[in-house]
Ligand binder design. Structure first.
Ligand SMILES: [Zn+2]
Length: 73
């Protein structure tokens, strides 16, 4: 199974930052996670659950296919 973005993890407000949110489990901010499983720490409960459920990490062919279009302008 595979999803383009993994954004259904529980988030919490980062104290002192009005518009910044972080994963409840691993405390990595959402802008760093950027919708990918790898954005979470290897020990993150959410990441472990997804991997345990059989979700693939979104790397390999997907990123390769998109890389060329970003280079133009
Ligand atoms: Zn996390």
């Amino acid at each position: 199974m595979k999803k383009p973005y993994y954004i259904d993890y529980p988030q919490e407000h980062v104290e002192g930052h009005a518009h910044t949110y972080q994963c409840v489990y691993c405390k990595v901010v959402t802008t760093t996670i950027n919708g990918s499983i790898e954005g979470h720490l290897p020990t993150c409960e959410y990441r472990l659950k997804l991997e345990g459920d059989g979700f693939e990490k979104n790397a390999d062919s997907h990123s390769l296919a998109c890389s060329s279009s970003d280079e133009v302008d």
